[in-house]
Design a protein around this ligand. Structure first.
Ligand code: ATP
Length: 235
């Protein structure tokens, strides 16, 4: 491949998304290019989380092809999954920080697990990602001393540590009030403007109206794409 051609960050061809051998979504085909911002919508139980889990190799892909950040998901070996996860960032609704560790220790845990060893670089990267998400010197605080919005910012900082090509966010504002949610969306958009692609599952249709972007929608066992299809936000 030429160094000038842009390989998509996500390339899905005719994939079947399964939960315990039941097809949740069939014939899924789409691509996400570098630096794109994409919403993922659909009713509860329509398959958003299942699609995201398949993309980050938490659910097996048994039919079709998926390439994520250069890794073939249908072929990936268990031992390579941690390497895939270094190239992507995953953010959930329930913040998933270790409650018994400080903010800095939560981030350090990931850095140590992903091969960071130089203590000066660790320290500067830690400060850098916390600044990036709008949090200053809160490294010594425990998660319970932070608001929900601040905890989600720490989670986003953690996801940014290894400069991922794409962030997969599964309802990242589901547990936050509207004002705080808007701030978190703004943060995702800011991160996106600096070149990181984002695929965000959300039920918050205000986001789509106020900050329009491409939409993928899980509907009746299929994935429809605003690039090619008319998408209804009401059904
Ligand atoms: N662990 C599981 N085992 C078996 N079936 C599951 C499992 N998780 C989800 N499902 C089923 O897969 C389908 C898709 O669920 P999924 O969680 O992907 O939907 P979703 O669009 O993310 O929903 P929500 O908006 O509520 O998060 C549903 O029918 C659900 O019942």
């Amino acid at each position: 491949m030429s160094v000038f051609s842009e390989e998509p960050v996500v390339d899905v061809q005719n994939a079947y998304i399964l939960q315990e051998y039941q097809t949740v979504l069939g014939k899924v085909t789409f691509q996400i290019t570098k630096g794109e911002f994409v919403y993922l919508i659909g009713r509860t139980g329509s398959g958003k989380s299942s699609l995201l889990k398949t993309l980050y190799a938490d659910l097996p892909l048994r039919s079709g092809e998926m390439k994520v950040a250069g890794y073939s998901i249908q072929k990936i070996k268990r031992a390579d999954i941690p390497f895939l996860r270094r190239k992507i960032g995953i953010i959930f609704q329930d913040f998933q920080l270790f409650p018994d560790r400080s903010v800095a220790d939560n981030l350090l845990f990931v850095m140590r697990a992903t091969g960071w060893t130089d203590s000066a670089r660790i320290k500067s990267r830690l400060a850098e990602v916390l600044m990036r998400v709008g949090l200053g010197a809160i490294g010594t605080k425990m998660p319970h001393q932070l608001s929900g919005g601040e905890q989600q910012r720490v989670v986003i900082a953690r996801a940014l540590l290894n400069e991922p090509q794409i962030l997969f966010a599964d309802e990242p504002t589901g547990n936050l009030d509207p004002e705080v949610s808007e701030g978190i969306l703004q943060l995702f958009m800011e991160i996106n403007r600096s070149g990181t692609a984002v695929l965000m599952a959300t039920h918050n249709h205000n986001f789509l109206k106020q900050h329009p972007a491409r939409i993928l929608k899980c509907q009746s066992g299929k994935l429809i794409d605003s690039l090619t299809d008319e998408i209804s936000l009401t059904s």
